[in-house]
Design a protein around this ligand. Structure first.
Ligand code: IDC
Length: 450
């Protein structure tokens, strides 16, 4: 009798926890609208409106390369009106290739001069920015490095371009800057950091608060690497790209790691196809990705608004319409993406940014040895904290550090390395949905393991 009563109590507790968990997951971010939301700012791992303070999410579409004739005919007020009004798209990414096919830095065999190629591309960007603005949409200007691999290759051109463009659009609060699409070919995070530290100040001089998006190593997959060493600027986000027929669980693990570290992320490109942009679609995996992004308030852009005969293109290859597409003009990917946007765009924002304020630094950190490669970590509780992250390593610079999450101010660290020092620091966080807002780290304490 007593046993079964205990069992019922136990089941009840599990059920209550589950309800509480469901209540906690799923950040409420609403579809963004420039007229209502104005300039955006980084908030947790996602975005918020500077006008209302509410969390917003961009569900966008990327052009194919605006250098291509399968892309630029769709840069227009009419095309963007169709996307916004019929398909719940609230943002556009203008992908400008730096090399290949009339590239901005390497015209690759085009008959015109390089400066003429550049003039035409900037004209297309201008059409795109104005078309997006006319529809109250947000717009990313993307420096689409790809074959050039390392953004430092055309760094001086990038500096010139971003100086000019950020001056020109300084009054456009709906413009976001993406400074290197997909570094690859062994380009390291420190190469990218070096580049970003030269480009970001150039943009900031003209546009102090705009959102700047930075690509990550290995075709913008390594957000986990960026999360260990983020850039020292506000309103910067980091790129994750996925093509769901290629990139699955192990890439979502990278995303999770970066989210756990509080890294602001934007998926400026995704597809249902393999990474080549063509081949069989994987909708089930794409759904898993979008569910995870929505749950965390992370914005995403589908590749690409084009009628090119490849499965990632959102328009049917046969369609000649440049706007006003009906469902029968969409490719299989296009139908899926826009149906998802429609069903996902309903969530209304109630999450204000101020709920997430967590400025406090943890104090009173103490370490105490206990038998068997363990230590006890204690510190002063922080009022209002949802939990604490304890970071520890046998290296004083916290290389290969491990993290432990705790809901109290007492934690035991186990399985530490014998005869090594253990360095520890702690920060508090406040949770809202799945998003954590971290406070400052405590000072570092060290203890020797016997
Ligand atoms: C692809 C286009 C394809 C084009 C090729 C050129 O879909 O038509 O011939 O670029 O290099 C990316 C890139 C993006 C790719 C896309 C699909 O950022 O430029 O577009 N992709 O391969 N990263 C992962 C996939």
């Amino acid at each position: 009798m007593e046993k079964s009563f205990k069992r019922i109590l136990c089941q009840l507790a599990v059920a209550l926890c589950a309800v509480a968990f469901i209540g906690l997951t799923g950040i409420k971010a609403h579809a963004a609208d420039y007229a209502n939301d104005g300039a955006l700012k980084v908030s947790g791992v996602g975005l918020a409106s500077t006008k209302t303070g509410q969390k917003v999410i961009l569900r966008g579409v990327s052009t194919h390369g605006i250098n291509w004739d399968v892309a630029y005919p769709y840069i227009s007020t009419e095309a963007y009106a169709t996307l916004k009004n019929n398909y719940n798209v609230d943002a556009i990414r203008l992908a400008m290739y730096t090399t290949e096919y009339f590239g901005y830095c390497d015209k690759a065999g085009a008959g015109e001069s390089q400066s003429e190629v550049q003039r035409v591309l900037k004209e297309r960007i201008d059409t795109g920015v104005k078309a997006a603005t006319a529809n109250n949409m947000y717009v990313i200007i993307d420096w689409h490095i790809l074959n050039d691999q390392n953004p430092n290759k055309y760094k001086s051109q990038a500096k010139k371009f971003f100086d000019e463009i950020s001056k020109k659009y300084a009054g456009y609060d709906n413009v976001l800057y993406e400074i290197c699409n997909e570094p690859n070919g062994g380009t390291s995070w420190s190469d990218i950091t070096k580049y970003a530290k030269e480009i970001i100040p150039v943009i900031r001089a003209n546009s102090p608060n705009s959102i700047i998006i930075v690509g990550t190593p290995t075709w913008s997959q390594d957000v986990d690497v960026a999360a260990d060493n983020p850039l020292p600027y506000d309103n910067v986000m980091y790129t994750l790209h996925f093509y769901s027929a290629t990139h699955k669980d192990s890439y979502r693990d990278k995303l999770k790691k970066a989210i756990d570290k509080g890294l602001p992320i934007m998926v400026t490109e995704y597809g249902l196809s393999p990474a080549s942009g063509d081949g069989n679609l994987d909708k089930a995996e794409a759904k898993k990705w979008l569910d995870m992004l929505d749950a965390n308030g992370i914005s995403y852009f589908a590749w690409s608004l084009s009628n090119k005969s490849e499965t990632s293109a959102l328009l049917k290859s046969g369609t000649s319409k440049k706007s006003g597409w009906s469902t029968s003009d969409l490719s299989e990917a296009g139908k899926w993406v826009f149906a998802q946007y429609k069903s996902r765009s309903g969530s209304t924002g109630s999450q204000t940014d101020s709920d997430l304020t967590m400025p406090v630094k943890v104090k009173g950190l103490k370490l105490k040895k206990i038998k068997g490669k363990k230590i006890k970590v204690t510190f002063d509780a922080v009022e209002g904290a949802s939990g604490y992250q304890i970071r520890y390593s046998d290296n004083k610079n916290f290389k290969k550090a491990k993290n432990v999450t705790s809901f109290t101010n007492k934690v035991t660290l186990k399985k530490l390395k014998k005869k090594k020092s253990c360095y520890v620091k702690v920060r508090a966080y406040k949770t809202s949905g799945n998003v954590r807002k971290y406070g400052k780290y405590s000072g570092v304490k060290v203890i020797k393991i016997k």
